[in-house]
Design a protein around this ligand. Structure first.
Ligand code: BES
Ligand code: MN
Ligand code: MN
Length: 457
């Protein structure tokens, strides 16, 4: 281990320089204007994976963005770790809110500011560098396969089919992912659950054309007014979701589980201050941690229609739109919930409008065991480098492929994430701690070592 850690220390600056080069390519998967940049990012990573010592490195095109694969099999009898990550990033808008441009990484206060600095370029690239360090020092203890995709931020629509078509190639004992967060650098934690997701777009149509709001106003349904009311009705006064059947099948946490969760440090005043809100709002009867980790939610992500340009235009619009997401928990199913939503949303629409619901993408919730050697290897690795045993936590975000891996490849994942809540994922001024980037690289070889040992016992 000394050799690997020595190599990491000696190459620290180059690792950071390479991460900066990676971040500079704007791989926004949602926006087709960036298609060439997404491919360029994949090609950049291909070269780095080869340089680090991987074999069978290849880029697989998909209907969307390509998938990068590479491996190093040192002995088929040894365990195999499948590393998953994503090289695509969220759009950077609104650009004017960034202190420095999103694709010009800048270090301020020991943090790397850029889109993708943490999610997931910074975290994914730690695995490339840890692998390089093990390869160059001849200390790789087991087999490794890399599968890095470019469509996570748009729901991984082509990764499922890729996994099904490449089952033998992707065969592994565990999937190792760094794409989640910890409580704090002095309170390390590991997510043992992720929420699922369903994402829909709704369209409400009133009159067959935009109308003069004076000539027709008062006589014809305004689809924006109607849509706003429909969305508002999806929560009751206790912030429970009103869709019939929405909560069916959800397993409530036991009193012990809730007590265990409440042990994790949480400072409500700091939380509110960080977000600039005077009061928190959420489902009655649950703590903030429970609301974000263990409870399903419904949020309007965008709403538009009518006139939004400069000045004013007196118009009664023909159409109104919204994008709505629901975060799901075990045992909700994204397809079923999409159906329940669709049925309910249409049923609450007055006869004066027509409603269409278009599903975008979804993903299933997951819970990972904490009594497995897969988890233990991560817990021990973090304890070694952070000096404290990590607390198991539930992550509120979604990584749709985790449930799919389990279903299609029969492989469980370990979510060994090194981000923090302050990283501002998906927001302007996303950042990643320099400390976290290096700590991640240092921790990963311990995971490999621990897992190989535990697995062969
Ligand atoms: N890395 C995040 C997920 C995440 C972040 C999980 C923090 C736990 C803690 C991932 O890139 C992400 O943003 N996923 C999307 C899912 C998707 C289908 C667009 C999400 O959660 O919104
Ligand atoms: Mn991510
Ligand atoms: Mn993300």
């Amino acid at each position: 281990m000394e050799k690997v850690q020595g190599y990491i220390q000696e190459n620290k600056q180059r690792f950071m320089d390479e991460l900066f080069d990676l971040i500079r390519i704007p791989s926004i998967s949602a926006d087709s204007e960036y298609k060439a940049d997404v491919l360029k990012t994949c090609e950049f990573l291909k070269e780095k994976l080869i340089a680090a010592g991987a074999e069978n490195v290849e880029i697989s095109p998909t209907k969307g963005h390509p998938i990068l694969y590479g491996d190093k099999i040192i002995d088929p009898k040894l365990p195999t770790i499948l590393v998953y990550g994503h090289y695509d990033v969220q759009p950077a808008v609104p650009l004017e809110l960034w202190t420095t441009p999103p694709f010009e990484p800048t270090i301020r206060n020991e943090r790397i500011y850029a889109r993708g600095a943490c999610d997931d370029k910074g975290q994914m690239y730690m695995h490339f560098k840890a692998f390089e360090a093990m390869m160059k020092t001849g200390t790789l203890p087991c087999n490794v396969k890399f599968m890095i995709e470019g469509e996570e931020e748009v729901g991984s629509p082509n990764l499922g089919p890729y996994c099904i078509a490449n089952k033998a190639k992707l065969k592994a004992d565990v999937c190792l992912i760094s794409d989640t967060s910890m409580i704090a650098n002095d309170v390390p934690s590991i997510d043992v659950g992720l929420r699922g997701l369903t994402y829909v777009e709704v369209e409400v149509t009133g009159p067959n054309r935009d109308l003069h709001s004076g000539v027709y106003g008062g006589a014809v349904a305004n689809p924006i007014n109607i849509l706003a009311k429909m969305i508002a009705s999806l929560h009751d006064e206790n912030m429970h979701i009103t869709i019939p059947g929405f909560y069916d099948g959800i397993v409530e946490q036991t009193a012990e589980e809730r007590a265990e969760m409440a042990k994790a440090p949480f400072n409500e005043a700091d939380y509110k201050k960080d977000l600039g809100v005077a009061e928190l709002l959420g489902e009655k009867g649950y703590t903030t941690m429970e609301r974000t980790g263990t409870r399903p939610t419904l949020d309007c992500n965008g709403i538009w229609g009518g006139y939004t340009g400069e000045g004013s235009k007196t118009v009664l619009p023909s159409k109104a739109f919204a994008k709505i997401s629901m975060r799901l928990v075990p045992n909700q199913n994204s397809h079923h919930i999409t159906e329940l939503f669709s049925k309910h949303f249409k049923s609450i629409a007055p006869a004066s409008v027509k409603v269409e619901v278009r599903p975008h993408h979804g993903g299933e919730p997951v819970l990972t065991p904490t009594d497995s050697i897969e988890f233990k290897a991560a817990s021990m690795a973090i304890e070694k480098t952070f000096g404290k045993k990590p607390i198991p936590t539930r992550g509120g975000g979604s990584i749709p492929i985790v449930a799919l891996f389990e279903k299609e490849l029969g492989v469980k994942s370990v979510l060994m994430g090194f981000g923090l809540d302050i990283d501002a994922l998906h927001s302007p001024n996303e950042s990643y701690g320099v400390f976290n980037f290096y700590k991640g690289i240092e921790t990963i070889p311990y995971y490999y070592e621990n897992y190989t040992k535990l697995k062969s016992q």
